[in-house]
Design a protein around this ligand. Structure first.
Ligand SMILES: Nc1ncnc2c1ncn2[C@@H]1O[C@H](COP(=O)(O)OP(=O)(O)OP(=O)(O)O)[C@@H](O)[C@H]1O
Ligand SMILES: [Mg+2]
Length: 355
C-alpha cells in the first residue's frame, strides 16, 4: 500500500481562520491511523483535504510519491465513510452498496458478486433488499462501510463513523473495524473525538489541538510518554491529575513542592531547582500506604465495579485516585498515599511541554 505524506499542509477559510497550521504527517504502509482531538481541532478538515473535498491553502499531499494535492476526489482512489452515513433513501441496501460500481460501468453480474461478498463480510446478507429507513443505526452504518469497501480503493477514510451508535454497538463495531483492517490490509485514516476508540483501533494515534499535531505515536507511547500537558490530559480516564509545584532540593534529592505536599522525584529528574512545574500523576499510579508521609482526605469514593474512583484533597488541590475495591475508604477520613515515582510526568508550568 502506498505511503501518504502530508507536508506543511495548511487550511484557512476566507484567508483568516487558520484551521490547520502547517501539519506534517506520514501514514505508513497499511497502517490504521487515528486522528483524535476535541471538537473543532481540524480532524474533519484534514480528512476532507485528503479526500479532495476541500482545497489546501498551503503544503502538499503525496500518495506513494505522487503529488495529489490538486487532484479531483475521483482520481484519488480513496473511499470515505461519513458520520451521517449519507445512504440513498430510495435505493435498497444492495443498490446502495453497488452504486459506485454501477457509476463506473461495472457489469451487472460482477456488481452482484462483489456486493454479495461485502454483505457477507459485514453480516448484512439478509438485509440486501431493504431500504435504509427499515434498518437500525448499526445496520445503516454497516451499509455505509460496505459502500466504501466495495470498491478496491487504496485508502479508506472514516469520519466519526460510530458516533451515532449506542455504547454497546460502538464496542461491537470497533472490533469489526479492526477485523476489516486485518482482512483488507489497506491504509485507513479514522477520525474520532473518543479516546477509547482511538486507543483501541489505532496502530498510530495523532493527537490534534487547535489545528496543530500535538503528538503522533503508538497508543502506548501516547499514554506512557505524553509530549505535553494537553496530550496527557486528553488521553486517560479518569484524567491525569495536575498539581502546581516548584522544584526544591534537599540533601541532593529533588522534590516537587506544592501547597502542603512534597513529592520526591527520581534521581534522573531533569527540571532545575526553583523551576515551576506541573506535576502529572495518573490516578492509577497512586496507592494507599500507611508508611508514606503524604496525607490526603477522602472527599468522594465511587464504587464502579472492578475498582473505586476516589476524589481526595491534597493540600489545596483535589486529586483522583483509582483504588482496588478492597481498599477501605471512609468519606472525610484522613489517609496516606504513595505515588509511583517512575510514573510521574513533569511539565513546564508555562509551556506545558514535558521537562
Ligand atoms: N466552511 C468553513 N468556513 C469557516 N470555518 C470552517 C469551515 N469548516 C470548518 N470550519 C472551522 O474549522 C475548524 C475545524 O473544523 P473541523 O470540522 O475540521 O473540526 P473537527 O476536529 O472535525 O471537529 P468535530 O469533532 O466537532 O467534528 C472549526 O473551528 C470550524 O468551525
Ligand atoms: Mg469533524
Amino acid at each position: 500500500m502506498p505511503e501518504i505524506k502530508l507536508k506543511s499542509l495548511s487550511k484557512s477559510y476566507d484567508g483568516k481562520v487558520d484551521v490547520l497550521k502547517a501539519i506534517d504527517l506520514t501514514i505508513k504502509d497499511g497502517e490504521f491511523t487515528v486522528l483524535v482531538g476535541p471538537s473543532g481541532c481540524g480532524k474533519s478538515t484534514t480528512l476532507r483535504l485528503l479526500a479532495g473535498l476541500e482545497t489546501a491553502t498551503g503544503g502538499s499531499i503525496t500518495v506513494g510519491g505522487d503529488d495529489i494535492t490538486g487532484k479531483a476526489p475521483k482520481d484519488r482512489n480513496m473511499a470515505m465513510v461519513f458520520q451521517n452515513y449519507a445512504l440513498y433513501p430510495h435505493m435498497s441496501v444492495a443498490e446502495n452498496i453497488g452504486f459506485s460500481l454501477k457509476v463506473d460501468g461495472v457489469q451487472k453480474d460482477n456488481i452482484k458478486t462483489r456486493v454479495a461478498a461485502v454483505a457477507k463480510m459485514l453480516e448484512i446478507e439478509e438485509l440486501l433488499e431493504r431500504r435504509p429507513k427499515d434498518l437500525s443505526g448499526g445496520q445503516r452504518q454497516r451499509v455505509a462501510i460496505g459502500r466504501a469497501v466495495v470498491k478496491d480503493s487504496d485508502i479508506f477514510l472514516f469520519d466519526e463513523p460510530l458516533s451515532n451508535l449506542d455504547a454497546a454497538l460502538r464496542g461491537g463495531m470497533r472490533v469489526e473495524l479492526s477485523l476489516l483492517h486485518q482482512r483488507l490490509k489497506k491504509n485507513m485514516v479514522y477520525v474520532t473525538h473518543d479516546q477509547v476508540e482511538a486507543m483501541t483501533l489505532g496502530d498510530k494515534i495523532i493527537v490534534m489541538h487547535d489545528g496543530i499535531i500535538q503528538q503522533a505515536g503508538t497508543p502506548e507511547e501516547i499514554f506512557t510518554k505524553p509530549a505535553n500537558k494537553f496530550v496527557a490530559g486528553f488521553i486517560g480516564n479518569p484524567t491525569m491529575n495536575f498539581l502546581s509545584a516548584e522544584i526544591v532540593e534537599e540533601h541532593g534529592i529533588k522534590y516537587a513542592s506544592g501547597a502542603n505536599f512534597m513529592i520526591a522525584l527520581p534521581e534522573n529528574a531533569t527540571p532545575r531547582k526553583d523551576q515551576k512545574i506541573i506535576l502529572g500523576i495518573r490516578p492509577e499510579d497512586i496507592s494507599f500506604d500507611d508508611s508514606s508521609d503524604l496525607n490526603v482526605n477522602i472527599l468522594v469514593a465511587e464504587y464502579v465495579g472492578h475498582h473505586k474512583n476516589i476524589v481526595a484533597q491534597i493540600g489545596d488541590a483535589k486529586i483522583n485516585i483509582t483504588a482496588p475495591v478492597a481498599q477501605e475508604t471512609t468519606v472525610g477520613g484522613s489517609y496516606k498515599i504513595k505515588v509511583d515515582q517512575n510514573k510521574l510526568h513533569l511539565f513546564d508550568a508555562e509551556s506545558g511541554e514535558i521537562v
